[in-house]
Design a binder for this molecule. Structure first.
Ligand SMILES: Cc1cc2nc3c(=O)[nH]c(=O)nc-3n(C[C@H](O)[C@H](O)[C@H](O)COP(=O)(O)OP(=O)(O)OC[C@H]3O[C@@H](n4cnc5c(N)ncnc54)[C@H](O)[C@@H]3O)c2cc1C
Length: 401
């Protein structure tokens, strides 16, 4: 493939870079947005959330909120090279790719656009873009995570509505969300993949209770959600009744593509290099220690492989191919690399690596926080083991385990 950019693409990069630097400084201050994606969803930090919403409004006004959406959905219809330039620049600054409405813009909007009807596209897509309506994703349940098709939350039809009863868990952003995509069982007698439906649920409906869960980082980005006779209008069904599994898979595919692209691993590695310049390791400056140098070089090579493989996938899209199970590779590799880099920083910091705050905490404890947050990212959107299974079975064509 050709790695050179046209003068127009270089100009586009310069324009985006200048815009991002100015607006992220104005919205988040000189320190930047900071933290991990998970911490951006912290329920207790209203100030940060409001900054993120303001940043989102500006992104949308500038036309960057959904560069990747086609014009007929209200996006910019940018080519894949422009999208890739935008991603590079956003990740360079460690900013969120989709402002405050990540789930709406990276997976739920595209699913409604492709599998919903015209009335649903008209009603929901515009307010996703403006950030006026925040979305969350109600898939996992206490007994249905990796085995998602085992879900038990029930919906029965009564007149013009579905009536929903049950429970979801680990629902990111439910505490901020106005709307949710919800997987429910509508035919308990059918084989488990066949009796599921995909609903759009108003999170302000009577009968919904959201209870934040505290994560290992001490933050509360995800929640338990309980449904007690919640009425959902029949027109909020996406696709056919009992055929929601196909719709849910589309959302998961978009989620995994996004999961492989949104982690600023190269930026984190640059910060690791800075750390190695300032601390000692085994009695000598860390930057001079051969083991430290080798580990960092290895991480940098892997991050470059990840970037090249992202370009390869973009190149395939340019030739008209849709993302397939190889999106599992990006998700698996990016989140595992992110975890290993954070754990190595803790190794460099020794006993100081455990300090998240107070005297002795290096860089305000950001590495300890990252290590704790990074583990969750290897589980969200399908755990690493599940991604290994998908790659083994669908890419490498190995027999089912
Ligand atoms: C930060 C974060 C955000 C999340 N946000 C959301 C959200 O917004 N909405 C939502 O619906 N869910 C969300 N989740 C839930 C997430 O999708 C599930 O945690 C994940 O799918 C795993 O399911 P589980 O927790 O039930 O674990 P289980 O499925 O019970 O798995 C337990 C362990 O067994 C392993 N395992 C299970 N099955 C297999 C198998 N067949 N082969 C090999 N190993 C296996 C798993 O890898 C894991 O290590 C989030 C999770 C996290 C960590």
């Amino acid at each position: 493939m050709d790695f050179s950019y046209t003068p127009e693409q270089d100009a586009f990069r310069a324009e985006i870079r200048a815009w991002l630097e100015k607006n992220s400084n104005e919205c988040f201050g000189k320190g930047g947005v900071g933290g991990s994606t998970a911490s951006l969803l912290d329920v207790r930090d209203d100030e940060r959330w409001n900054q993120l919403r303001e940043y989102h409004r500006r992104l949308n006004r500038a036309g960057y909120a959904a560069l990747h959406w086609p014009k007929e959905w209200g996006g910019e219809g940018a080519g894949v090279i422009e999208q890739s330039i935008y991603q590079d620049e956003v990740l360079r600054l460690g900013l969120p790719l989709y402002g405050c409405n990540q789930l709406a813009l990276d997976r739920i909007g595209p699913t409604i656009a492709l599998m919903g009807n015209e009335a649903q596209r008209k009603r929901y897509l515009p307010k996703m873009l403006t950030g006026e309506e925040i979305w969350c994703q109600g898939y996992s349940e206490p007994n249905a995570g990796s085995d998602l098709a085992g879900l038990q939350t029930r919906a029965v039809i009564e007149g013009d509505s579905f009536v929903v009863n049950g429970q979801k868990v680990w629902t990111s952003l439910a505490h901020r969300a106005d709307w949710q995509v919800l997987l429910v069982r509508t035919d308990p007698a059918a084989p488990k993949h066949k009796g599921i439906s995909y609903l759009l649920v108003d999170m302000h409906s009577p009968g919904i209770t959201v209870r934040p869960l505290v994560q290992i980082t001490g933050e509360s980005g995800f929640n338990e959600v309980f449904y007690d006779n919640v009425r959902v209008p029949k027109e909020n069904l996406v696709g056919e009744l009992n055929q929601g599994w196909q719709v849910s898979i589309a959302t998961l595919m978009y989620e995994r593509v996004s999961g492989g692209t949104r982690h600023p691993v190269e930026r984190t590695i640059n910060e690791l290099v800075e750390l190695a310049r300032t601390v000692n390791f085994e009695g000598a400056p860390a930057r001079e220690h051969p083991y430290v140098r080798q580990r960092i070089a290895q991480f940098a090579s892997e991050a470059r492989c990840l970037r090249l493989s992202r370009y390869r996938s973009l190149s395939a899209q340019l030739r008209g191919r849709v993302p397939g199970p190889e999106s599992s590779f990006g998700k698996l590799f990016a989140t595992e690399l992110n975890l290993r880099v954070a754990m190595f920083a803790d190794e460099l910091l020794g006993a100081y690596g455990a300090l998240e705050d107070g005297i002795g905490a290096i860089d305000h404890g950001k590495w300890a926080h990252r290590t704790l947050a990074a583990r969750g990212l290897t589980i969200a959107a399908g755990s690493s083991e599940i991604q290994h299974n998908i790659i083994g079975e669908r890419v490498l064509k190995l027999p089912k385990g």
